[in-house]
Design a protein around this ligand. Structure first.
Ligand SMILES: *[C@@H]1O[C@H](CO)[C@@H](O)[C@H](O)[C@H]1NC(C)=O
Ligand SMILES: *[C@@H]1O[C@H](CO)[C@@H](O)[C@H](O)[C@H]1NC(C)=O
Ligand SMILES: *[C@@H]1O[C@H](CO)[C@@H](O)[C@H](O)[C@H]1NC(C)=O
Ligand SMILES: *[C@@H]1O[C@H](CO)[C@@H](O)[C@H](O)[C@H]1NC(C)=O
Length: 456
């Protein structure tokens, strides 16, 4: 017995010292071998925030500057000609990014009420304007221009004092019009003036100053990861940075890394594969279907309904993904009531159905074989299967074709209500009798969860 204990102790010591000594090499093989910190998969839902100087014209897209100046797209050129004097430059929008109504505590209250467990703020989009006082930004930042406030710092502080949400920071590697990036590009990325003097110093600054728990990289500018020194940076992030034990990153670190290397996969904007992936992934999507940044010309039908958002959430989580729901604040620092309402309603749904979402894992089947629009999740702790239906059956019962049930063991409950009657179906699965509820007795709207225990 003592011998067994000693062997166990030696093995434990060995494991502890192995974990503490594990260092990541600046190669994708080594970087990719790092397990994704567990909190991220448990969290399931985050809020994406696209905010910057593009929130001033707030027209078309956060790609405004590029579409106007580079691609010369008609609607953008016309918009400028009609509304601004000749010679007006994009830099002239900088002082108009005022943020006078920006109340970080109010933002945090909205984000927390949504049921999200993390946020991701654009600290710098492809326009290059930094929402913190970057020393490498040559005054193109929110401390020197516009609000004259450290917007990243203020939001981080409010988030940490008023909520349990995790802080995530988005950072664009490339900048459309930065002269050093343009020069490197002209040199076919054989020089790296831009990464060494701009992108990398800012990345180190963001990590050391704000200690984010998510680093959301984007915008490789079609340059390879070797140009960005991505594996070198990530090795530092995972070995030596102040966030090495809990930081989570994504897969946008250079040409060809997306859906292939790094931390969790994003694969594409609004990625929702409808089947289980082997690797942890995230569906980043927008409530305004046409833009990540705020758009003044958006009409109601451009916004996803709460039902649409819940549907996407359920599909995403059933297939092993996290959902990152984007809102675009205004240039003066408001989150428009339409976004606020969507987020608060998502939170209402999660209050009742969160048990089927947070800390869940994918089940053996993702959706039902018989009933459409019915998605499964699983909680290993309780061995509970959750069947989430996106429509309330009009005929009083619903058939679940996938679960294997046994009389006397299987129990079925509607989350937010109580146990329901069910019977086995000869072809396999079960029929669940839904209660007759008045609208005020309904536990929630948009989607309903059946919790099965004693089933497999
Ligand atoms: C790349 O990153 C590594 C690790 O941080 C660093 O030692 C190296 O100097 C970096 N190279 C360049 C060119 O920045
Ligand atoms: C999820 O799991 C973590 C770690 O086990 C735990 O701290 C947390 O309270 C759980 N959250 C929920 C909503 O069950
Ligand atoms: C649901 O599952 C079936 C397989 O059981 C699959 O063929 C189908 O494409 C899935 N997706 C949706 C959206 O129903
Ligand atoms: C009632 O509708 C549900 C789907 O909403 C279906 O699964 C079930 O088979 C239907 N029941 C009958 C008796 O037709």
């Amino acid at each position: 017995m003592a011998f067994v204990h000693r062997v166990g102790f030696v093995i434990l010591l060995f494991m502890v010292s192995y974990c503490m000594c594990k260092r990541y090499e600046p190669t994708w093989e080594s970087i990719d071998s790092r397990p994704i910190p567990g909190w991220y998969d448990e969290a399931k839902v985050g809020i994406f925030i696209h905010w910057g100087v593009f929130s001033v014209p707030s027209f078309g897209s956060e790609w405004f500057w590029c579409y106007w100046r580079d691609k010369k797209l008609r609607p953008y050129v016309d918009f400028m000609n009609k509304n601004y004097p000749p010679g007006f430059t994009y830099a002239d929008f900088g002082p108009m990014f005022t943020a006078e109504f920006f109340n970080p505590k109010q933002w945090v209250d909205i984000f927390a009420s949504s049921g999200a467990k993390y946020i991701v703020l654009t600290t710098k989009h492809h326009e290059g304007f930094t929402l913190w006082g970057s020393k490498n930004s040559w005054n193109w930042n929110a401390v020197d221009v516009g609000p004259r406030r450290d917007l990243v710092g203020e939001l981080a502080t409010a988030l940490r004092s008023d909520s349990n949400l995790h802080l995530g920071l988005y950072h664009s590697l490339f900048e459309w019009f930065h002269p050093l990036f343009r020069e490197d590009k002209a040199n076919a990325y054989k020089t790296n003036y831009f990464p060494t003097t701009k992108a990398l110093p800012e990345l180190y600054d963001l990590i050391n100053t704000y200690k984010p728990e998510v680093l959301w990289s984007d915008g490789d500018g079609n340059a390879p990861a070797t140009y960005w020194n991505s594996t070198g940076f990530l090795a530092w992030l995972y070995n030596d940075s102040p966030v090495k034990d809990f930081v989570v990153t994504n897969d946008r670190w250079g040409l060809g890394t997306i859906c292939n290397h790094g931390g969790y996969y994003t694969c594409a904007d609004r990625y929702n594969p409808g089947h289980l992936l082997k690797h942890k992934w995230e569906n980043c999507m927008t409530i305004d279907q046409k833009s990540w940044g705020y758009r003044r010309e958006a009409v109601l039908s451009d916004y996803l309904s709460t039902a649409d958002i819940i549907k996407t959430l359920v599909e995403t989580v059933s297939c092993g993904g996290n959902l990152l729901v984007n809102v675009g604040p205004t240039h003066d620092g408001r989150i428009a009531p339409i976004f606020e309402e969507r987020l608060r309603e998502m939170g209402q749904w999660l209050k009742v159905n969160g048990e089927a979402i947070y800390n869940s894992t994918a089940w053996r089947a993702q959706n039902d074989t018989i009933t459409p629009a019915l998605w499964y999740t699983f909680r290993p702790q309780e061995k509970a299967i959750y069947a989430i239906t996106l429509s309330w059956p009009s005929n009083g019962s619903i058939i679940l074709g996938e679960p294997k049930v046994s009389q006397g063991q299987t129990q079925v409950a509607l989350l937010g209500y109580k146990q329901l009657k069910w019977e086995p179906v000869a072809a396999g699965g079960l029929r669940v009798y839904m209660p007759q509820l008045s609208p005020s007795e309904m536990p929630c709207s948009w989607a309903w969860t059946l919790k099965l225990t004693g089933a497999s």
